[in-house]
Design a protein around this ligand. Structure first.
Ligand SMILES: [Zn+2]
Ligand SMILES: [Zn+2]
Length: 100
């Protein structure tokens, strides 16, 4: 991803922000900047040995990626929409069970 985006990491300091890395020119197209910034973020995740924070959405019909930054690592769904849909489905199936 870094090679594809033509990343050239540079150590910079500007404004109130202390030394950090810019891997892509601010003039680069938005999709290139997103590609390179995502790759840079993935480097941090892998180096910090935090890959376990990534999973696939627990909703049966969704294969979205879940990034769990919560302290107790309780996040199961990629979005509130998926969480709500699953809660409704679970409620309905409980209702069906209590009727039968
Ligand atoms: Zn900066
Ligand atoms: Zn989802």
């Amino acid at each position: 991803m870094l090679a594809e985006g033509g990343a050239v990491p540079q150590l910079v300091r500007h404004g109130d922000i202390d030394w950090h890395i810019h891997a892509v020119s601010p003039d680069a197209p938005l999709d290139t900047r997103i590609l390179v910034e995502t790759a840079m973020a993935m480097i941090d995740v892998i180096r910090a040995d935090e890959m376990s924070r990534f999973s696939v959405c627990a909703d049966a019909d969704c294969d979205g990626v879940v990034l769990d930054l919560s302290r107790n690592r309780s996040r199961k769904f990629c979005s509130t929409a998926c969480g709500n849909r699953s809660a409704v489905a679970a409620y309905r199936s409980r209702q069906r069970e209590s009727v039968n």
